[in-house]
Design a protein around this ligand. Structure first.
Ligand code: F6P
Length: 319
């Protein structure tokens, strides 16, 4: 491997820039040329790529978003699109590609590897829904944003002795809700992985208010329902009228935490190393502090294990 490329794809996440920077600089440090592909797989098909030098990734480690921009590309989901993508890379003499993104982006990398391009996937998504890594790049920042928002909600909830339903991101994975809920002392955490009983939750909240609690916070992952639906149920079962806050894309922006910057830098450096050694079609992750490179096939077909211990701890403490 002499010349590699890097792209970001799917929903962006904080720390993607730190990962791009680390890919570029780790490769250059090892004497490998690097190209940056603009707008994910769409940019690959449009041949929108440029050589990256040390300075091209200066002043980005602290920035949210991605300087390479990102897209969700339908054309690349077809066999013809994938063939064309591999051809574009070959025409440019690029034999290795690092893809930073989530599940869909990993699928693309897998296809390209079957067409002779060596690929590595870096887990870039706020959802933390990728198997074979404890954390994805962006998750820590997203959780911090939710916790900060709930801190603010708590102030006003307590003054008015009100309850709040906070809807957070997480299409198929409740990790943002779980970690943010535990860290902010939520009364209930609703996630797609665990069944819940809104009647029981509503009555418990009512009881808690009667016993002197001055606020009640329910965090719901979008994959478990909408904030509005949850609030409607709470009104029906308990008469309590919660305010609903949907945090939305706010969770995907802003400066990455030091944890995300360090995670991105370490995983990217390791991905470059594996690529240069000739490895391919691997999803890079970190489990209990150790780097792991898992076949992308296996990564995309495995559902991330939900941390029930943390969930139960949050329940025990929410009294
Ligand atoms: O996968 C990341 C994510 O932020 C999900 O949590 C959310 O459902 C989705 O992307 C939103 O996608 P879009 O940016 O296309 O609205």
């Amino acid at each position: 491997v002499k010349k590699i490329a890097v792209l970001t794809s799917g929903g962006d996440s904080q720390g993607m820039n730190a990962a791009v920077r680390a890919v570029v600089r780790s490769a250059l440090y090892r004497g490998i040329e690097v190209y940056g592909i603009q707008r994910g797989y769409q940019g690959l098909l449009n041949q929108d790529l440029r050589p990256m030098d040390l300075r091209s990734v200066g002043d980005i480690i602290q920035r949210g978003g991605t300087i390479l921009q990102t897209a969700r590309c339908k054309e690349f989901m077809t066999a013809e699109g994938q063939q064309r993508g591999a051809e574009v890379l070959r025409e440019q003499g690029i034999d290795g590609l690092i893809v930073i993104g989530g599940d869909g982006s990993y699928h693309g990398a897998n296809k390209l590897s079957k067409l002779g391009i060596k690929t590595m996937g870096l887990p870039g998504t706020i959802d933390n829904d990728i198997a074979f890594t404890d954390f994805t790049i962006g998750f820590d920042t997203a959780v911090s944003i939710v916790v900060e928002a709930i801190n603010k909600l708590r102030d006003t909830m307590t003054s008015h002795e009100r309850s709040s339903v906070v809807e957070v991101m997480g299409r198929h994975c409740g990790d943002i809700a779980l970690y943010a809920g535990l860290a902010s002392g939520a009364e209930a955490i609703l996630v797609p992985e665990v069944p819940f009983d809104l009647k029981e939750i509503s009555l418990r909240m009512k009881d808690n208010f009667q016993k002197g609690k001055r606020h009640g916070i329910v965090v719901v992952a979008e994959g478990a329902g909408t904030g509005e639906e949850v609030a409607k149920n709470i009104i029906e079962y308990s008469g309590i009228e919660p305010r609903v806050t949907v945090l939305g894309h706010i969770q995907r922006g802003g400066t990455p935490t030091h944890n995300d910057r360090i995670l991105a830098s370490r995983l990217a450096d390791y991905a470059v190393q594996r690529l240069i050694e000739g490895d391919s079609a691997k999803g890079i992750g970190i489990i209990k502090g150790e780097f792991v490179a898992t076949d992308i096939d296996k990564v995309v077909s495995t559902k991330k294990t939900f941390n029930l211990d943390l969930y139960n701890l949050a329940l025990r403490l929410a009294q």
